[in-house]
Design a binder for this molecule. Structure first.
Ligand code: HPA
Ligand code: ZN
Length: 342
């Protein structure tokens, strides 16, 4: 049997903001449904605004567009749209971030957000063949008290939530600010992750490990500036969820060919490739795999390592993890004759 069309590598996506999957088409449709005015006349005009100087300039647009998300149905539709695309990118498992404070600040209750997302995720295995988890992120440029209030407001829904995370404008908002809410989350049996070392310094990665007790670091590219930190991350095999196209669009790195991903793999770090905010950064997760393959000359074996890492770094139970890893191996077995451009 020829290896024929295998489709993209099976993979887990571990760094994906559901609000960052809001494509212009859906933004306009929801704006109309909810009677919300957008400051852009057309989808093209909106797309032309996707030219960012840094993280903050992206976040300004990201939060502004969320005005169209108001009802449970909106969150359900948003999640379905992501899952339908993710299936074609080889995603078998998705651990999905959401930003409750970006919605509660606009008068949308946290129960509406979680309820709407959960309705789509409940059907994801059957409809898309994708297992899912939810990660509730705190906005680090809001106060520690706001994070605590958000956690308490979400308590009735914690059975739907696997982990807490930390995102938004990094510089000037160190992980230590959120020690208390992360301690509460750990007490409640949740896993913990945090964005650190994207725009912020390596010191923020140390804080995320030592003060927040995180199980994974989101981004973490700037760990490469600190040899002792790299040694620690390697020794403990703390996963890093890299987002290469995001790094280029937000000017964390100058261009993809200069991405430290190969050096990070060589150092023995447990790195994964993810899409972050794919509607804004020019690609979903397999588009990121293809982009790093092209720009960095990664071979098939390295891409399979990245796919394996994504399952190793996930919060899956061991049986499911092993099943997905076997799927990657099966892909490998059929792979040798594959032409470029899958
Ligand atoms: N960094 C920080 N916060 C975010 C991001 C990001 O890349 N995307 C959405 N919120
Ligand atoms: Zn992110």
């Amino acid at each position: 049997m020829p290896p024929a069309e295998q489709g993209p590598l099976p993979k887990a996506e571990l760094h994906l903001h559901i609000e960052g999957t809001l494509e212009p088409e859906l933004a306009f449709a929801l704006a109309e449904r909810n009677g919300v005015a957008l400051p852009y006349a057309t989808e093209d005009e909106l797309r032309r605004a996707y030219s960012f100087e840094d993280l903050q300039s992206f976040l300004n647009l990201y939060y502004a567009l969320m005005a169209v998300l108001r009802t449970e149905d909106d969150f359900t539709d948003l999640a379905h749209a992501y899952l339908a695309r993710a299936r074609h990118q080889g995603v078998r498992h998705a651990e999905i971030f959401f930003d409750p404070q970006a919605h509660t600040a606009r008068g949308v209750p946290v129960g509406t957000v979680i309820g709407g997302l959960a309705r789509a995720l409940d059907t994801a295995q059957e409809r898309y063949g994708i297992s899912t988890r939810l990660i509730m992120c705190f906005l680090r440029d809001e106060s520690a008290d706001s994070a605590l209030e958000t956690f308490e407001a979400a308590r009735p829904y914690l059975d739907r939530i696997t982990a807490v995370g930390l995102d938004s404008a990094e510089v000037g908002h160190p992980p230590a600010k959120f020690a208390e809410v992360f301690a509460l989350a750990r007490e409640a049996g949740l896993k913990c992750v945090a964005h650190a070392g994207e725009e912020g310094p390596a010191g923020y990665v140390w804080q995320a490990l030592d003060i927040l007790g995180v199980d994974r670091i989101d981004h973490g590219v700037r760990c490469m500036e600190d040899e002792r930190l790299v040694a620690r991350l390697v020794a403990e095999q703390v996963p890093l969820t890299l987002c290469p196209l995001s790094n280029v669009r937000l000017r964390v790195i100058d261009d993809l060919a200069a991405h430290p991903l190969p050096a990070m793999l060589d150092a023995g770090l447990l790195v994964t490739v993810n899409s972050d905010d794919p509607a804004y950064f020019g690609g979903y997760v397999d588009d990121n795999f293809i982009a790093v393959r092209e720009a960095l000359g990664l071979d098939d074996a390295t891409l399979r390592t990245l796919a394996r890492n994504s399952f190793r770094a996930s919060f899956l139970d061991e049986d499911t993890r092993a099943r997905y890893l076997r799927e990657v191996d099966a892909h490998e077995a059929a792979a040798p004759a594959r032409r470029p451009g899958w």
